[in-house]
Ligand binder design. Structure first.
Ligand SMILES: [Cu+2]
Length: 146
């Protein structure tokens, strides 16, 4: 019996990094663009194990990004920038056309269907920033995930 307590403590220590798991990102995608189009959107589902917020998204595809929400302004749904996207613990927050999304401006190249684009998400948890790398698939607006 004497061995049990130290074993449990050791197990708890080794489990600690897992408890501070990174946010889980599923189905990241970018809306395909036509030639000369300079703006598009990025979408995904984010589930953070702890209260966190998405504060930035970086990608070589865009010179500049913003996090947007859709809001009713003077009776019309319009998009507007928000400083960050709250990610409550255990809740899957969906970024989708018509809802929260990441706006990509000053595109450096055309986003063609079938391409994959690396995105770096900057997520803040308790004042600490971590980055999560994902590969977003480029696809047209109305094409569901394969
Ligand atoms: Cu937007």
């Amino acid at each position: 019996m004497k061995l049990h307590l130290p074993m449990i403590l050791a197990a708890a220590l080794f489990a600690a990094p897992a408890a501070h798991a990174q946010a889980d990102i599923t189905d990241p995608w970018i809306r395909a663009t036509v030639t000369e189009q300079k703006v598009t959107g990025a979408f995904m589902k984010i589930t953070s194990p702890v209260d966190a917020k998405l504060i930035d998204v970086r990608t070589a595809l865009a010179g500049r990004t913003e996090i947007h929400e859709m809001a009713m302004i003077d009776g019309t749904m319009k998009m507007r920038q928000i400083p960050n996207l709250p990610l409550p613990a255990g809740v899957t927050v969906e970024l989708r056309p018509g809802g929260f999304h990441v706006m990509l401006f000053e595109l450096t190249t055309q986003a063609k269907e079938g391409d994959t684009v690396p995105l770096t998400l900057v997520i803040e948890t308790g004042g600490k920033q971590e980055t999560v790398e994902v590969s977003a698939a480029v696809r047209p607006l109305n094409k569901p995930a394969p």
